[in-house]
Design a protein. Structure first.
Length: 106
């Protein structure tokens, strides 16, 4: 028989999981934020020989990389990304990830 504590804990876990699943990024807002990314990564997010492609990256990977830049765990050769990422909220990162993942990686 389930105790009240176990039922409460199970319900809490389910509520948190549902909230996490719904907390995806907004590609339209991500497109607005991406204006800051265009100088290096291009309007289409395809990058070039010097800057990596962002278009078509998986959302989770994209967010993981931005978080690594923000924490200082990852640094790019120009040391631009840590400075840029430090101003991004978790929602900003999710929105950028949703936008770039929606672009075709031709």
């Amino acid at each position: 028989m389930f105790s009240k504590k176990m039922i409460f804990t199970s319900m809490l876990v389910l509520i948190l999981a549902a909230g996490y699943a719904q907390a995806g990024g907004d590609p339209a807002r991500g497109k607005e934020l991406a204006i800051d990314c265009e100088d290096c990564h291009g309007e289409d997010g395809m990058g070039d020989d010097e800057f990596p492609r962002l278009a078509g990256l998986e959302e989770a990977y994209f967010v993981e990389q931005l978080m690594a830049f923000k924490s200082g765990e990852r640094i790019d050769q120009y040391e631009i990304m840590p400075m840029y990422a430090e101003d991004l909220s978790d929602q900003d990162m999710a929105d950028l990830a949703a936008y770039y993942s929606s672009l075709a990686a031709e």
